[in-house]
Write a protein that binds this ligand. Structure first.
Ligand code: GMT
Length: 386
């Protein structure tokens, strides 16, 4: 197939999923065209099947806000026509699904029907989508998509609950490349971080409010009182300075390191004993899956889709949002006993394997074929190979 992928090219989970999916599809022999404003963070163009089409937005001084959505729609029309795509897969409803809708309408004037699959990732629905000003556009563009997927059952239910959706939504969870995310020998790094054999806790995120990064520090402050340990805070974002201040207030700065944005997350996870994800909401929790694949148990909230990934008492523990004391106690419970910690680590890896890329990728491939087939019978004559 010739597949167009639209995503945010940043470190965010939706961009990571879209990029890894595109790369894996290219490895399977599909031709994959990324259409976005920057080359996606994890995209290396070494495959003959991978293409990148930049969306350049004007900087015409008349506009206070440059019309990205229109630039994207125009670029999509161009790429679909000239690369003869079979399907467009847009990640994140705003503004990708609506830009795809506009491109689809324009393409019809050229006698081309392009099937559009929209994947909902979470914040497009739970946070942004609930903003009343966006609701009509999100509802409309989901309903106008030829196929819709969500990354968890929970996100699917939320979408049906908050929007008037007439389309079926297929759940296809996040996936993990176990070749990349696996336990690596990083003893020298471990020694540098924890010279006296302290336990290592890790948090990775974009430090937005929804991640409750201050809870990470508070949980760690509980743990370090009982268990010699270190905390690695990976990533960057608006809440970082508040977290750094909290570390000073709680007198834990000597045991916490802020590493900023990192590419080789798997190397950091390889030295970790526990992963903390106290999010307010989390449609799936890709960062937790990455940790589990590196044999790291997870202390998380029970928000959103996290219970579909983290199994309470087996791969870690789930607590209510804001239950810092409960998360601290659970962390100590896992870390204080070596045999117990080893068991949780094994369980985390076993669970992660259920989300292996090799298992999830065919779900997307089959879904594209199903959607293309449905569209072909809906509009004979306007589809490629028709
Ligand atoms: O979590 C973020 O802040 C990034 C966000 C995004 O939209 O890029 O991630 C969302 O999509 C990921 C991939 O499907 C999910 O694993 C994350 O759980 C989800 N984040 C939230 O729901 C907060």
């Amino acid at each position: 197939m010739k597949i167009g992928i639209v995503c945010y090219p940043t470190f965010g989970g939706s961009g990571v999923v879209a990029t890894e999916l595109g790369k894996a599809l290219a490895d399977r022999g599909h031709q994959v065209h990324f259409v976005t404003y920057n080359q996606p963070a994890r995209l290396d163009l070494f495959s003959e099947n991978l293409f990148y089409h930049e969306v350049s937005v004007s900087n015409y001084p008349l506009f206070d806000f440059q019309p990205y959505e229109l630039a994207l729609a125009s670029r999509l029309v161009d790429v679909v026509r000239h690369e003869k795509l079979d399907v467009l897969h847009v990640h994140y409803a705003i503004p990708h699904a609506s830009a795809a809708f506009m491109a689809k309408q324009i393409l019809l004037t050229y006698g081309i029907y392009i099937p559009v699959v929209t994947t909902l990732h979470g914040t497009d629905i739970t946070l942004v989508g609930k903003d009343r000003t966006f609701k009509p556009v999100v509802t409309f563009s989901i309903n106008q998509s030829d196929g819709v997927t969500a990354v968890s059952e929970n996100l699917m239910h939320d979408t049906y609950e908050f929007f008037d959706i007439e389309n079926d939504i297929k759940v296809i969870p996040n996936f993990i490349d176990l070749n990349r995310f696996s336990l690596k020998a990083k003893d020298h790094f471990k020694k540098a971080i924890a010279p006296s054999g302290e336990k290592i806790l890790v948090h990775t995120s974009n430090f937005r409010k929804v991640k409750r990064t201050e809870d990470v520090v508070k949980i760690f402050a509980e743990v370090v009182r009982k268990i010699p340990s270190k905390l690695l805070m990976v990533g960057d974002g608006p809440e970082r300075s508040a977290c750094e201040q909290l570390c000073r207030d709680l007198n834990v700065t000597d045991n916490v390191r802020f590493l900023g944005k990192q590419d080789a997350i798997e190397e950091i996870l390889s030295v970790a004993d526990l992963f903390l994800m106290p999010s307010q909401s989390e449609s799936f929790g890709l960062a937790a899956l990455e940790a589990m694949a590196c044999k790291v148990p997870v202390i998380s909230t029970n928000a959103g889709g996290l219970p579909e990934l983290n199994v309470d008492g087996l791969t870690g523990f789930l607590k209510d949002v804001g239950d810092v004391a409960g998360m601290g106690e659970s962390a100590i419970y896992i870390l204080e006993d070596e045999a117990r910690l080893a068991m949780f680590k094994e369980n985390a890896l076993a669970r992660a394997k259920e989300f292996d890329l090799a298992t999830i990728l065919p779900l997307y491939e089959n879904y594209y074929l199903e959607v293309i087939d449905k569209c072909r019978s809906k509009c004979p004559g306007k589809m490629k190979n028709n």
